[in-house]
Design a binder for this molecule. Structure first.
Ligand code: NAP
Ligand code: MG
Length: 399
């Protein structure tokens, strides 16, 4: 059989621990036998990030801007324990944070649905994709603890020496707390465009909710920017595609999401997205079945699994024990990237391969062959609990 050709390479970002082991198996057993795989390889494993003073992360993000499509393995975000474990020069920043800042992207998370892993919400028959704004609000806040009576104000001092604006937050008569948050029109606009592009790309309706009735300037600005951009740039394209943009109060969105059948994109402000993505992914069954893609406003795509490096399983693996780690989200990161490369380069065979590999994964699970995390929650009778390697081989066999 001739291997499927590629023209432009993918940016390949290798990672850490159990997912690094899986990464190699997926390439060797599921992709390379069928595709003449072209990648520009960046080793984002923690030892190499340390050796390059984290320059490799920046280079990988720059390469993504140049080539347009990347696939990323899960990576360790170092904390004090990791600094000691790996003898690091310093506590390097989160690679995902660095890449997100350089690409100015929005993160979309979507569950992979299979028969036998049923969502906790009975009506959800289609996936719900969550788009989280990744800038500002409480994540860039400043906070004060107020110990005794006194006045707290917001003060804006224009850089050009114009008139100072003040607003009283609270005249404290007793101890309390206070916080200041901000956002930027430019960032909100990027978030709106990324969400609308993704809706067009995946042919799904877009929902957005904020608390504009209470927050008449701050949240209202989000609502207005979304509406202005929709009316000026997307209204006609949405109509042509037969999809809709829908804004309502965040409370109302939450109620409607639970009653819905799924099949739409839910754009969330930063905090809503943080909290709701954990709820939605859990309600769909498993974190190991959740894909994640970072989309930048100028059309660059970075695909990854939503879960981390599965450290606990890695230590078992190092101790020579057999693991049963779920590779589905990692495989779907690869298929997402290959399909997008196929679309951009006009290689329908490459995109069709991605579809076929995904069908092989879903078919394997629906036939009752799965890793331990799914075997524990499936509604199928007598599931076969496979090891990490056996599952990938079962998919390869079916493929
Ligand atoms: P994690 O790797 O997502 O794993 C947490 C637990 O979830 C695992 O111990 C396992 O539960 C279960 N799990 C997650 N993925 C699984 C899979 N594919 N198959 C089977 N079970 C799975 O999170 P963590 O242990 O908190 O973090 C480990 C490292 O990952 C950290 O250093 C963190 O910085 C990093 N991280 C990276 C990313 C990223 O690169 N995008 C995201 C999150 C975390 P059981 O142990 O009960 O089996
Ligand atoms: Mg969260």
């Amino acid at each position: 059989m001739d291997k499927i050709a590629m023209t432009t390479p993918l940016v390949e970002m290798d990672g850490d621990e159990m997912t690094r082991i899986i990464w190699q198996m997926v390439k060797d057993r599921l992709i390379r036998p069928f595709v003449d795989l072209k990648t520009e390889y960046y080793d984002l494993g923690l030892p190499n990030r340390d050796a390059t003073d984290d320059a490799v992360t920046v280079e990988a993000a720059e390469a993504t801007k140049r080539l347009g499509v990347a696939v990323k393995c899960a990576t360790i975000t170092p904390n004090a324990a990791r600094v000691e474990e790996y003898g690091l020069k310093q506590m390097w920043k989160s690679p995902n944070g660095t890449i997100r800042a350089l690409l100015d992207g929005t993160v979309f998370r979507a569950p992979i649905m299979v028969k036998g892993i049923e969502p906790y919400v009975r009506t959800w028959t289609k996936p719900i994709t969550l788009a989280r704004h990744a800038y500002g609000d409480v994540y860039r806040n400043v906070e004060l603890r107020v110990d005794a009576p006194g006045k707290v104000e917001l003060v804006y001092t224009p850089a050009d020496g114009g008139e100072v604006q003040r607003a009283t937050v609270q005249v404290f008569k007793e101890a309390g707390i206070v916080q200041g948050v901000h956002n930027l029109d430019r960032s909100i606009s990027s978030f709106a465009r990324a969400s609308m592009n993704f809706a067009l790309d995946t042919h799904q309706d877009l929902w957005f909710g904020a608390k504009d009735t209470i927050s008449k300037t701050y949240d209202h600005r989000f609502k207005d920017i979304f509406q202005e951009i929709f009316d000026a740039e997307y209204k006609e394209r949405f109509a042509e595609a037969g999809i809709t943009y829908f804004y309502t109060l965040i409370d109302d969105v939450v109620a409607r999401v639970v009653r819905s059948e799924g099949g739409f994109i839910w754009a969330c402000k930063n905090y809503d997205g943080d909290v709701m993505s954990d709820m939605v992914s859990t309600a769909f069954g498993s974190l190991a079945m959740m894909t994640s893609v970072l989309v930048s406003p100028d059309g660059n795509w970075e695909f990854e699994a939503a879960h981390g490096t599965v450290q606990r399983h890695y230590y078992k693996h190092l101790a020579g024990e057999r693991t049963s780690t779920n590779s589905v989200a990692t495989i779907f990161a690869w298929t997402g990237a290959l399909r997008k490369r196929g679309e951009l380069d006009g290689l329908p065979e490459l995109s069709a391969f991605a579809d076929r590999l995904e069908r092989a994964v879903i078919g394997t699970i629906e036939a009752g062959e799965m890793t331990g995390d799914l075997a524990a929650i499936t509604t199928l009778d007598n599931p076969k609990r496979l090891t990490t390697e056996e599952f990938i081989d079962a998919v390869a066999g079916r493929l």
